[in-house]
Design a protein around this ligand. Sequence first.
Ligand SMILES: [Zn+2]
Ligand SMILES: [Zn+2]
Ligand SMILES: [Zn+2]
Ligand SMILES: [Zn+2]
Ligand SMILES: [Zn+2]
Length: 601
Amino acid sequence: MAQFNLGSQHKKIKFVGSITKSKITNSSGCGALVEFPGFSGIMGGQNLWDLKGTKKFRIHEKALEDYLKKDYFLQVSSEIQNAKGYEEAYKIPVLRFPEYYYCPSCHELDYARRLAKNFGANKDITEPLLCSRCKNVELIPSRFVMACEAGHIEEFPFFWWVHRGEKCENPRLMLEYKGYSGGLESIIISCATCKKSNSMKNVLNKEATRSLRCNGKSPWLGKSATCDCGREVRVLLRGATNIYFPDTVSALTIPPWSTAVQKSISENIDFFKMSFVNGVSESARKAISDNFFDDNGLGEILSCTKDEFFRQLGLRLTPNNQQIIDPSDFRKDEYRAFVGADVNDDMFKTESAQIDERLLPYISKVKLVKRIRKVNVLTSFRRIDAFSQFSAPLSDIAEKWLPATEMLGEGIFIEFSKISIENWEVRVGSRYEQMKSRYNDNRMGRGICSFSNKLVLVHSISHLIMRELAYSCGYDAAALSERIYVSDEDSDIWMAGVLIYTTTSCSDGSLGGLVRLGQKDRFMKVISSMLKKAIWCSNDPICIETQEQLDNTANYAACHACSFVPEIACEFGNKVLDRVAVVGKPGHEELGFFSEFNRNT
Ligand SMILES: [Zn+2]
Ligand SMILES: [Zn+2]
Ligand SMILES: [Zn+2]
Ligand SMILES: [Zn+2]
Ligand SMILES: [Zn+2]
């Protein structure tokens, strides 16, 4: 859990609420709107974070640091205990936003600082704001905010909405609910001075704010952060899901960075960096040798020989020439690590599993992934459209770090047979053209892969397996995640695989249960049971006949009853799915990758 306060400018730390730490790279990163009882705020940017005492929250991931050109990542946590055994919670700043409030009793609508009798820097932010005209009536924050596609966000211009460009000398705005529909049309904004009024009915339509332009405000970077923008603005409801889409880059820690030696180098990286100028300096070499290694060059703490240690240190501190240019390149390296020889590292441990011969035509490799470490870094965010071409910054200054989360876990890696996939691709022909154009129009899959038929197949299988694990093996569906490995056409490596994994944020990793399901007999059971189920969906025949669903989701035969998983588990927002790709459909069995298997078992 991480806790909030009201910004490092404030002397007294005020507890607002807490969130689980994975949310920092998820729904509650810098610039996100957050809700607490009686308080609505915006998560402060990196420039407002107090870095004092945060050294213990630093984490390292060499490949991500090279790619993002950062020195370290910060994983805030309250799970660390200090020397006296107390939890030391890191406080992330949160600023009040929106600042427009109204009184449900006298209906007055204004900035909190003018409306509340108890507003002031010395007041506890969590204390409800009370109307200065009514007795003990709590003010309510406005539901409406205005944002542009570049991520700026500002107060909804209530004065303009009521007066429509006309002047009013001494406006007094009111917000009232009229009628019982509960819809936006029942919210009436009026001016007590000039008696003009307007309902909020069409406020969410693009047309409603056509004449307005963005003022370039970035309240998460501090109150005064503005720039020239001038883009179109859209009105959003405070709790709407399209108000915040985090941009994250994630990577698994793989060889050569996953060893115990690299782990201890990471933990002392500042010291080693200081001692490294075109190689390890003589004095540093001596200090390290004296402190960590005995006369025979053996080190107990660093669990390797002195020579090996200095080799690994050189590797770690040498700038990486093989620059990763796109986050999808991380997956190529990970894929190579999975399909290659078994690894027994501190942060990456794999073991080849035997495969039932009935599955061999379809599945070429199953790896029991006994240990993985995944680092997920928040790099920026978007508003209004998840795949908008603009992203908003987390800070207004250049930072040498980014917020991140580190997860340890285990899983099963599955690689599908190249020959069988190529045969299947011939059989499906142009079936996925429509899905492809939707995928491209919506700029989906950014940082993962571009569209291909085999993406539909691998992704659909991944979902069916996750559901099977949840149904038959009692796994909590929200605890499973997928990591999809599918190569683009022009890629230097052919990939068609998936890692299904579970993580915990605790240091002891998870329980080993998932890995066991990758063993020969159990895995065969999981796959054959999942394939039997996939033939039928309770929404059939509608589901199986759907080639283009009405809601623009880039799905064919896939719905809540057969293919969807909890949002958090999926890399593609429950899109790019088609059950037919896996098991075919009546009269068109050739469309299914596993149709033959189903017939024979
Ligand atoms: Zn009042
Ligand atoms: Zn007026
Ligand atoms: Zn803007
Ligand atoms: Zn269905
Ligand atoms: Zn998915």
